[in-house]
Design a protein around this ligand. Structure first.
Ligand code: NAP
Length: 267
């Protein structure tokens, strides 16, 4: 039986999740990689020549509770109880609530970003509580601090991630299980690469992963990365509603998912 620690990461087939997997591997962790695209994760692990004992791939859809719960149970059965669980899988879809079909897009965002996050943590909670140790990490976003035009579904989902993790932290405080919220600013991944507007303090995914790893290891409750966006987020919280409305007035909105962009968009 190996004594290497274990990390379970959702959204490990791309971007932030893949960068976190690389960072945890460098730190000596075994990897439990989860996303819908299994072959992607397998190829990535093989490209790094990871020994078979150091990783396992669990193809699953976090928006389907049975699918992600089964993946988590398979991980515990074959690799053991993780030390760290990172609920990172997420999607961003622009919506306009005046369109009936955009309510379905909103449901998809909430199913992935919110229920998917809770369902990722769920199978591990009792076992971690019994062990008296563990870290549950939720990947939120600076977009969860205030609403942005066209971004209602994503902003609301990420605000919910922040509030959900804070609630769970309170529930688990006495158990020894830590709940950590990481709110990224702009990180260079396939998600942001399609943006055609300025992204202040844009950070490479591997640099983000270094900083997130340090925060998670230190048990920091809530951290915005990069730090400059932390100050932006603090300021955004302090701005009175009337002023925020004025700042947003006339700003372009994020285009609807599937609709052609009509100009620069919000993140
Ligand atoms: N990049 C940024 O600037 C930024 C900023 C703030 C917050 N974030 C958050 O960071 C997280 C990762 O984003 P990213 O930038 O790395 O995006 P990305 O490159 O698009 O990666 C998203 C990951 O989520 C997985 N995923 C999506 N839906 C899924 C589902 N239903 N079931 C399982 N896995 C699913 C995808 O894998 P499959 O397609 O293989 O399933 C992929 O691995 C997201 O929660 C995002 O909201 C990113």
């Amino acid at each position: 039986m190996t004594h290497k620690p274990l990390v379970f990461i959702t959204g490990a087939s791309s971007g932030i999740g893949q960068a976190l997997a690389a960072r945890y591997h460098r730190a000596g962790y075994r990897l439990a990689l989860c996303a819908r695209r299994g072959p992607q994760m397998q190829e990535w692990a093989q490209s790094l020549h990871l020994p078979a004992t150091d990783y396992a791939v669990y193809p699953a859809d976090v928006a389907d509770t049975n699918s992600i719960v089964a993946a988590a149970q398979a991980c515990m059965a074959s690799q053991g109880l993780p030390d760290v669980v990172i609920a990172n899988a997420g999607i961003s879809l622009g919506i306009d609530s005046a369109y009936r079909e955009d309510l379905d897009a909103m449901a998809q965002v909430f199913a992935t970003n919110n229920l998917g996050l809770a369902a990722t943590f769920h199978p591990f909670i009792d076992a971690m509580r019994t062990r008296g140790r563990g870290r549950l990490v939720g990947i939120a976003s600076v977009a969860g601090i205030r609403g942005l035009p066209g971004h209602a579904a994503y902003c609301a989902s990420k605000a919910a991630v922040i509030a959900y993790c804070e609630s769970l932290r309170g529930e688990l405080r006495a158990s020894g299980v830590q709940v950590i919220t990481i709110a990224p600013g702009y990180i260079d991944t396939p998600l942001t690469r399609k943006n055609r507007y300025p992204m202040p303090f844009l950070m490479p995914a591997d640099v983000f992963a270094d900083k997130a790893f340090a925060s998670i290891t230190a048990g920091t409750r809530y951290r915005v990365i990069p730090w400059q966006m932390g100050w932006v987020a603090r300021l955004m919280r302090l701005i009175p509603d009337a002023l925020w409305d004025r700042i947003l007035a006339g700003q372009p909105r994020k285009h609807r998912a599937g609709a052609a962009p009509s100009g620069p968009q919000q993140p």
